[in-house]
Ligand binder design. Structure first.
Ligand code: HAM
Length: 418
C-alpha cells in the first residue's frame, strides 16, 4: 500500500529537474517550428478508444465506471482527445492546425525496459494539411529535438514507409478496403508473432496464401526502386514517398531517415506515411512513432480532415541519453542562499531574502539555526551562485557579505544596493 502502483514512477526533485529539461527541449523543438501547446483531460469517455480492429492499445485501457455510472478511461494516447477537440471546433479553427502537448498516458502493458504503465508522450500534430509537406515538417521537428539533446544520426534512425504500400498490395489481390485497418494491425506483428498465427489472423480477414506472400515480399523492400518494381508503375505510395524524401533532402535532414517498407505501425487509424525511430544499435523499443491519419474523424462520427503527427515517449529517449552519457547534471535553480550568523539576525535575513526575491533572484533562505559552514556546503550542493551572509558587524553598517561561489571572492554590499 505504501508502494507506488506497479509500472508507475515517482519523480524526486532530481528526477523532476531532468524531466523538466527534457520537456523544455520538446517544447523548444515544437515552438521553433510554429506549433502551439494545448492540453486535454486525462479522463475521457471509454468509447473514444474502443475501436474494433484488434489493436493492443484498446485492450490495455485503465477504464472504470464513475459514480454516475459512466464508462470512462484514463487516456492511453492523446490522438483521440485531440481529434475530439478539433471536431468540436471544426470549421472555426484556422488551418493548418499545428499543436503539440506533453500528456501523461496510461496503458496496462507488461512492464519492461522502456515500457511502463504510465509515460509522458510528446505529441506533435498537423491538421488540415493534405500534402506530405506536413509530414516532412514533423520529421524536421524530430531532427531539431534530437540535435538539441546532443544526439546525432549515428545514434538513431527514423524509418519511414506508407500505409498506402499495403493498401495497394491489398487492392491488387482484391481484398476489400474495409479489411484494411485490421490487416495493418496484424501485419505490424510480422516478426513478433509466429508466422502461422499471423497467417491465420490474416485468413480471417479474407487473405489467402498468395496475398500473404505478396505482402511479405513487398514489405521486404529496403529502397524505393525495389518498392516501385514490386508495386508496378503509377503507384501513389511510391510517388508520395519520393516527394517526401526530396523534401527531407531540402530540409537537410536526410542522414536521419531511411526508407523501410516494413514499417506499418500497430494503430488502426493510420492511412498514409508512417514512421518510427529506433536506436542504431537496435537494442531498445521505439523512441517515437507517428504517421498520417486522414480518416479518424469519420471513425468518431465527424467529417474527415487530413491529419498527421507523432507520439514520443519519455522513457526510451532517457535510456538512450543515459547510454550515450548525455543526461545533464542540472543545478536546483537556487541562485542565492541567505543565512544569518545568529538567531538575533533572523529578521534581517528575512528582509534580505525578500529584497533579493523582489529583484528576481531565486533565493533559499536558511530557515533554522545553522552554521555558516553548513550553509556553504548547502550552497555548493544545490549549485547556488552566491552565499549571502547576514553578520553582526557588517549588518551594523547596513551591509551583507556576499560570497561568489564561482570565484570564491567575498564582497560587502549595502542592503540598499542588493
Ligand atoms: P504509439 O506508437 O502507440 O503511438 O506510441 C508512441 C510512442 O509513445 C512510442 O513510440 C513510445 O515512445 C511511447 N510509448 C507508448 N507506450 C508506451 C509505454 N507503455 N511506456 C513508455 N512509452 C510508451 C501513439 O500513441 C499515437 N497516438 C502517436 C501519434 C500522434 N500518431 C499521430 N499523432
Amino acid at each position: 500500500m505504501t508502494q507506488g502502483v506497479r509500472g508507475t514512477r515517482d519523480f524526486y526533485p532530481e528526477d523532476m529537474r531532468v524531466r523538466n529539461w527534457l520537456f523544455e527541449r520538446f517544447r523548444e523543438a515544437a515552438r521553433s517550428h510554429g506549433f502551439e501547446e494545448y492540453d486535454a483531460p486525462m479522463l475521457e469517455h471509454e468509447d473514444l478508444y474502443t475501436r474494433k480492429q484488434g489493436e493492443e492499445i484498446t485492450q490495455q485501457l485503465y477504464c472504470f465506471e464513475d459514480k454516475g455510472g459512466r464508462r470512462v478511461s484514463l487516456r492511453p494516447e492523446m490522438t483521440p482527445s485531440l481529434a475530439r477537440m478539433v471536431m468540436a471546433k471544426a470549421g472555426a479553427l484556422p488551418t493548418p492546425i499545428k499543436w503539440f502537448s506533453i500528456p501523461q498516458c496510461w496503458r496496462y502493458e507488461r512492464t519492461q525496459r522502456g515500457r511502463g504503465r504510465e509515460h509522458y508522450q510528446w505529441n506533435v500534430d498537423v491538421w488540415g494539411a493534405n500534402g506530405v509537406e506536413a509530414d516532412a515538417e514533423l520529421l524536421s521537428v524530430l531532427a531539431a529535438f534530437f540535435r538539441s539533446v546532443g544526439l546525432g544520426p549515428e545514434d538513431l534512425v527514423i524509418r519511414i514507409s506508407s500505409r498506402k504500400v499495403l493498401e495497394e498490395v491489398l487492392n491488387s489481390v482484391g481484398v476489400s478496403g474495409k479489411a484494411f485497418p485490421a490487416v495493418c494491425v496484424i501485419v505490424d506483428k510480422m516478426g513478433k508473432i509466429p508466422e502461422e498465427a499471423m497467417s491465420a489472423q490474416l485468413a480471417e480477414q479474407g487473405l489467402g496464401a498468395d496475398a500473404i506472400s505478396k505482402i511479405r515480399s513487398t514489405l521486404g523492400s529496403q529502397d524505393l526502386d525495389a518498392l516501385e518494381s514490386a508495386l508496378g508503375g503509377g503507384s501513389t505510395a511510391v510517388s508520395e514517398l519520393i516527394a517526401l524524401f526530396s523534401m527531407i533532402e531540402a530540409y537537410g535532414i536526410s542522414e536521419w531517415v531511411a526508407f523501410d517498407a516494413s514499417v506499418v505501425r500497430g494503430l488502426a487509424y493510420y492511412t498514409g506515411p508512417v514512421f518510427e525511430a529506433h536506436d542504431r544499435a537496435g537494442e531498445m523499443r521505439a523512441i517515437v512513432g507517428g504517421g498520417r491519419y486522414d480518416r479518424l474523424l469519420s471513425a468518431l462520427g465527424g467529417k474527415d480532415m487530413p491529419a498527421t503527427g507523432f507520439g514520443f515517449g519519455d522513457m526510451v529517449i532517457m535510456e538512450l541519453l543515459a547510454t550515450k552519457g548525455l543526461v545533464p547534471e542540472l543545478p536546483t535553480g537556487n541562485q542565492d542562499i541567505v543565512v544569518s550568523r545568529d538567531e538575533g539576525l533572523r529578521p534581517a535575513a528575512m528582509s534580505v531574502a525578500q529584497r533579493l526575491r523582489a529583484s528576481g533572484r531565486a533565493v533559499d533562505l536558511v530557515l533554522e539555526e545553522k552554521r555558516l559552514k553548513w550553509a556553504f556546503r548547502h550552497a555548493e550542493r544545490t549549485g547556488a551562485e552566491r552565499l549571502v551572509m547576514v553578520m553582526p558587524e557588517e549588518w551594523g553598517e547596513g551591509n551583507v557579505r556576499i560570497k561568489d561561489l564561482g570565484s570564491g571572492e567575498e564582497t560587502d554590499v549595502s542592503f540598499d544596493d542588493l
